[in-house]
Design a protein around this ligand. Sequence first.
Ligand SMILES: Nc1ncnc2c1ncn2[C@@H]1O[C@H](COP(=O)(O)OP(=O)(O)OP(=O)(O)O)[C@@H](O)[C@H]1O
Ligand SMILES: [Mg+2]
Length: 133
Amino acid sequence: MGGLGKTTLARKVYHQAQVRSLFDGFAWAYISQQCQPKDVLQGILIYLTSATGTEKIEISYMREEELVKKLYQVQQEKKCLVILDDIWTTQAWDNLRPGFQLGKQQAKFCSQRAIKMWLSMRIRKAFSMSHGI
Ligand SMILES: Nc1ncnc2c1ncn2[C@@H]1O[C@H](COP(=O)(O)OP(=O)(O)OP(=O)(O)O)[C@@H](O)[C@H]1O
Ligand SMILES: [Mg+2]
């Protein structure tokens, strides 16, 4: 469901000081329908490593397998919060998933569906309270 406030909520969480104190690396990626997995992974790696000019160039030359390997490495070293906003197809997620294969204990995912359900519950509760039902 569009326009429910998922991005707004995720943005608030992403920038909240308490949340920031729990992680060492941060990345926000907007997954448009046209974007290539390689470009998304490059962008995430640049964010997570706070890459400088030369490092950005090095990352831009990496093949997809190298990016996946490097992302794995970085996420082993640092606790990272990565937001993949607007993934609408399982295909898009399947393409990006290799960059986040960290084992069940380490990688935690919160799907768009879960956020939607949580938001719907909050909205319903707020509506019930305001109407005294
Ligand atoms: N709590 C809120 N109160 C008022 N307006 C809000 C609230 N949360 C979001 N909005 C507004 O609702 C609109 C849609 O929000 P947002 O882009 O976060 O939705 P979305 O669920 O991510 O939509 P989409 O599925 O299209 O990506 C925006 O204009 C935003 O400013
Ligand atoms: Mg959105």
